[in-house]
Design a protein around this ligand. Structure first.
Ligand SMILES: [Zn+2]
Length: 446
C-alpha cells in the first residue's frame, strides 16, 4: 500500500512538472497572426498571375525586350507594376545589370538584365529573401531538363521562340508575388526586413542571382536567409507518380552548415503551421547535375536553400510544353504556405545564440563529472528562453529537445559529447524560435 502511494505521488509530481514546462514552452508554439497570413494565401490570385506571365509567350533573358506584349521586357515591367499595385508598403525597384556577351555560352550578346525587387521594411536591417526566377528558356528537343541529352538533338538557338515557363519558374515567381501581398497586408510589425525578388538570367547560369548576391555582399547587407523556389507547381511526375503532399528542400553541406540549419528550421516550422504538407530534406546542393539560384547566394557565403517540387515532369521543362496545365494551384499554394511559415517565424524570432567563443571554438565541455555534456551560449537579444537539442552523431536531424528557460548554460548528465551533437535555439515570449546553433568544430582544412 505504501509503495503504491509513493508511486502515485511520483507520477503526479512528474505530471505536474511536465505539464508546466509544456504550458511555458508549447502554448505559444503557433502564433495566430502567422496562421492568418498563411490562410490568406490565394490559389486563384496565383493562377491569374501565372496566366498573365505565361501569356508573354517567352520571358527569355535574351529575347526582344522592346515589345509591350511579348518577351522579357513586357514580363518584367508587368511584375514590377503588379508588385507596385499590390501594396504601398512594398518598395519596388528594378535591380539592373549590364551583362557582357560571353559571360556564359547562353549570353550571346551584351544584354541588360533586370531583377525585380520588392522590399517590406522591418524594424531591423537584417534581411530574409524569398526568390524565384521569372526568365524562361526553350532549348528545343535538347530541352528536357534532368535528362542526359548530350549528343542528342538540335539545340534551339531562337531566343524568341515560345517558352511559357509556367512551372519553370512561373510557379516560383507567382509564389514570391503572392507572399509579397500577404506579408504586406498582414499588419504584423516584423523585426526582419523581407525581400521578395523575381530574378532573371537563371537559365543563362544563375546570372541574375549571382549579380544580386555579389551586390548585396559588397554592400555588407546582413542577410539571414534566402528561400529559393524553382519549379514548385507540379504534383504529377513525368512517370505518372502523383505527390501533392510533399516538397523537396535542398541545402549545401556539410552537416550543421548555416544552410542545413536553415533547412531543418523550415521542416520544423512547416510541421507546426502546415501539418498537411511534408518537407523532404535533401542533404545535397541541388538535384543531380542541376543547379538553382540558392547556390549563387551560397557562393557569397549566405545561408540559402532551394525548394523543388517532389515529382518533376522533365518533358515539360525548357520547351514550349511548360504550360499552365502542368501546374496544380492547390499544390503551389501549400508550397507557398511552407515558405510563409518559415519566413514569418524567422522574421519575428530572436537571433540564434552564438555558441562559439572568441577563438571560434564551441563552448561545450564535459563538466562536472568528466562524462557530462555542459553547454554554454551567449544570450540572444529578445530571447525569453532557450531550447536545447541533441542527436546521435550519425543522425541527420535533431532527435531530442528540451526547453530550458532563460539561462545561458545547461548540463545533460552522462551525455557523452563524443557520441552526441548538441545545439541551442533562442525563443521569444511569443514562442517564435530561431534556427538552431550547433556545437560543432569548424571543418579542418585538408
Ligand atoms: Zn528553373
Amino acid at each position: 500500500m505504501r509503495v503504491a502511494l509513493r508511486f502515485v505521488r511520483i507520477v503526479l509530481l512528474g505530471f505536474a512538472v511536465t505539464s508546466s514546462v509544456y504550458a511555458q514552452s508549447a502554448a505559444a508554439d503557433v502564433d495566430a497572426r502567422i496562421s492568418k497570413v498563411i490562410d490568406s494565401i490565394s490559389e486563384s490570385r496565383m493562377e491569374q498571375m501565372l496566366r498573365t506571365l505565361a501569356g508573354f509567350g517567352t520571358r527569355n533573358t535574351m529575347s526582344d525586350p522592346t515589345s509591350p506584349t511579348r518577351g522579357v521586357g513586357a514580363a518584367r515591367q508587368w511584375i514590377f507594376d503588379e508588385l507596385r499595385r499590390t501594396n504601398p508598403k512594398l518598395q519596388v525597384s528594378f535591380d539592373t545589370y549590364q551583362i557582357p556577351k560571353g559571360r556564359s555560352d547562353r549570353i550571346t550578346r551584351d544584354v541588360e538584365l533586370r531583377n525585380v525587387v520588392a522590399i517590406l521594411p522591418g524594424r531591423s536591417p537584417r534581411r530574409i529573401y524569398v526568390s524565384g526566377h521569372y526568365d524562361t528558356v526553350n532549348l528545343g528537343n535538347q530541352g528536357q531538363a534532368g535528362l542526359n541529352t548530350t549528343g542528342g538533338g538540335e539545340r534551339n538557338q531562337n531566343d524568341n521562340a515560345d517558352a511559357p515557363g509556367a512551372n519553370d519558374d512561373g510557379s516560383g515567381t507567382v509564389l514570391v508575388m503572392e507572399l509579397a501581398r500577404v506579408f504586406a497586408e498582414s499588419g504584423i510589425d516584423f523585426d526582419a526586413t523581407l525581400v521578395f525578388t523575381a530574378v532573371a538570367g537563371e537559365e543563362q547560369g544563375l546570372v541574375g542571382a549571382r549579380e544580386e548576391a555579389r551586390r548585396v555582399k559588397a554592400a555588407n547587407v546582413p542577410v539571414q536567409a534566402i528561400f529559393n523556389n524553382d519549379i514548385v507547381g507540379g504534383s504529377v511526375g513525368g512517370d505518372g507518380t502523383v505527390d501533392g503532399a510533399t516538397i523537396r528542400l535542398y541545402s549545401e553541406g556539410p552537416e550543421d552548415s548555416p544552410s542545413r540549419s536553415l533547412a531543418m528550421f523550415v521542416r520544423r516550422t512547416a510541421a507546426r503551421y502546415v501539418p498537411s504538407h511534408r518537407v523532404r530534406l535533401m542533404a545535397r546542393r541541388d538535384r543531380f547535375g542541376r543547379g538553382g539560384d540558392h547556390t549563387a547566394w551560397n557562393l557569397e557565403g549566405f545561408a540559402a536553400v532551394g525548394f523543388r517540387e517532389s515529382r518533376e515532369n522533365y518533358s515539360k521543362q525548357h520547351n514550349a510544353n511548360d504550360t499552365i496545365d502542368g501546374v496544380s494551384f492547390a499544390y503551389l499554394a501549400q508550397n507557398a504556405r511552407v515558405n510563409a511559415a518559415a519566413m514569418a517565424v524567422l522574421a519575428l524570432a530572436p537571433p540564434p545564440p552564438t555558441v562559439n567563443n572568441e577563438r571560434g571554438q564551441p563552448m561545450l565541455d564535459r563538466r562536472p563529472s568528466g562524462y557530462d555534456a555542459h553547454l554554454r551560449w551567449n544570450a540572444s537579444n529578445g530571447a525569453a528562453g532557450y531550447r536545447v537539442f541533441w542527436r546521435e552523431a550519425w543522425a541527420p536531424d535533431w532527435e531530442h529537445e528540451t526547453y530550458v528557460g532563460n539561462v545561458t548554460e545547461y548540463m545533460l548528465p552522462h551525455a557523452n559529447v563524443d557520441d552526441w551533437v548538441f545545439g541551442v535555439a533562442a525563443v521569444d515570449a511569443g514562442g517564435h524560435e530561431s534556427t538552431v546553433s550547433a556545437y560543432v568544430a569548424a571543418p579542418p582544412n585538408y
